[in-house]
Design a protein around this ligand. Structure first.
Ligand code: PLP
Length: 406
């Protein structure tokens, strides 16, 4: 194996893990400011509220969005604690590690969980799901839109329609898909659309973002007892912070109160990240993720790496590739990072040794990042003794970019 240390002189790797992803310069610069006072109108109204209203165009919703300090898990738990009461029946689709996470969060919220298990990387059987929902008659149905552990995307629109047919709330984890894939929140009947800031929104880690339907708020208002959590009770967020004219509890001349103190620098980053997305336009952004991921998959195939999931449901934000036992996923990840400065990651749990995962999110959904990643992947595989030609990976990806570039 060659021993040149190309990383000498470079202070950080390119982030091609499935989040956190690369942060654009404009977003980085937006945070280089003195502290603002979070409850004063200059921040609360002009930055926070204005940003959340703009963000509706990214979520494709006409309803409230909240920015809760935390991560993707905070979005899931806040939603669960807000709508679920102990003993409520919930159907949870589990198709990978993040389905298991949702199951655990629901159990801790006191739900009586019925799991619909999907073989990892395989499609969801919608008819079987419907039979379960018919039998259980749950209060809520949950799905992970883009299962980051397997690189598979599930049919959220169809599951939303199914939930609506059976009167169940639809909770959708879009942590690794929002702002990369097309997710019309209202049109798909998503009652709680739950995501995090560090993936396709392309900003730093630290905000959980949740779009909430009026139906979800009605469910919260009808609770027998208030949510057990104070900080993460979205009903309190609605009544203390949202103006009455938008269905909230703050009268026209009344004083609004932030439900928790909101991190000003992160919201300034969100403001800039949202501007960047809206300047680009969601249709272009979605197409860019699709083409870049397709190019990456073509390159990986030319390097003789098979996709882990069924290709029919391959994700356009996270690629999960099988690695030959002789190579080993941890060794490949290490070689790419140490020798070539590109950070990807291994599979999770049962896939830790046999798969690698690559995030193609935000600004990394472009030839600027995809081509160096494939180049490093090809060279690292060759270093580890695989009979591959790194140039073939690049050529296959370039051909897709050439043919499909927006
Ligand atoms: C689909 C999905 N759900 C939930 C999470 C948890 O999010 P976080 O790590 O931001 O808490 C992740 C993180 O990768 C994810 O990909």
């Amino acid at each position: 194996m060659k021993s040149e240390r190309w990383m000498r002189g470079l202070d950080r790797p390119i982030l091609m893990i499935p989040g956190p992803t690369e942060v654009p310069w404009r977003v980085i610069r937006a945070m280089a400011q003195p502290a603002m006072v979070q409850y004063e109108p200059a921040f609360d109204l002009e930055v926070l509220e204005a940003t959340l209203l703009d963000l509706r165009r990214v979520f494709q919703t006409e309803h409230e969005i909240f920015a809760v300090p935390g991560s993707g898990r905070t979005a899931l738990e806040t939603s669960a604690l807000s709508v679920i009461e102990p003993g409520d029946r919930v159907v949870v689709v589990v198709a990978g590690s993040f389905g298991l996470l949702m199951r655990e969060i629901m159990r801790r919220a006191g739900a009586e969980v019925t799991e619909v298990a999907v073989e990892w990387g395989r499609p969801l059987d919608l008819e079987a799901l419907e039979r379960t929902v018919e039998a259980v008659r749950p209060k809520a149905l949950t799905l992970v839109h883009n299962e980051t552990s397997t690189g598979a995307t599930y049919p959220a629109e169809a599951v939303g329609a199914l939930a609506a047919r059976h009167g169940a709330l639809f909770l959708l984890d879009t942590v690794s898909s929002l702002a990369g894939l097309d997710i019309p929140t209202d049109a798909w009947g998503i009652d709680l659309n739950m995501t995090g800031s560090q993936k396709c929104l392309a900003m730093p880690l630290g905000l959980a973002l949740i779009a909430v339907s009026p139906r979800a708020f009605e469910t919260m208002a009808r609770r027998a007892r208030p949510a057990l959590s104070y900080s993460y009770d979205l009903h309190r967020w609605l009544t203390q912070w949202v103006p009455a004219e938008r269905g909230g509890g703050v009268p026209p001349e009344g004083k609004r109160r932030q439900p928790v103190s909101i991190p000003t620098h992160l919201v300034q980053a969100l403001q800039e990240a949202t501007k960047l997305i809206l300047e680009e336009g969601m249709p272009h952004r979605v197409r860019r993720h699709r083409i870049a991921s397709r190019a990456f998959r073509a390159g990986a195939a030319a390097l003789k790496l098979d996709l882990f999931p069924d290709p029919a449901i391959a994700s356009d934000t996270v690629s999960c590739l099988r690695v030959l036992p002789g190579v080993g996923a941890p060794a490949l990840v290490r070689r790419m990072r140490e020798a070539y400065g590109v950070a990807i990651t291994t599979g999770l749990e049962r896939l830790r040794d046999t798969a690698v995962r690559v995030g193609i999110m935000g600004i990394t959904a472009s030839p600027h990042y995809v081509l160096p990643t494939l180049s490093a992947l090809g060279m690292a595989l060759r270093d580890l003794g695989q009979p591959v030609d790194p140039g073939e990976g690049l050529a296959a990806a370039q051909a897709v970019f050439d043919a499909e570039a927006p």
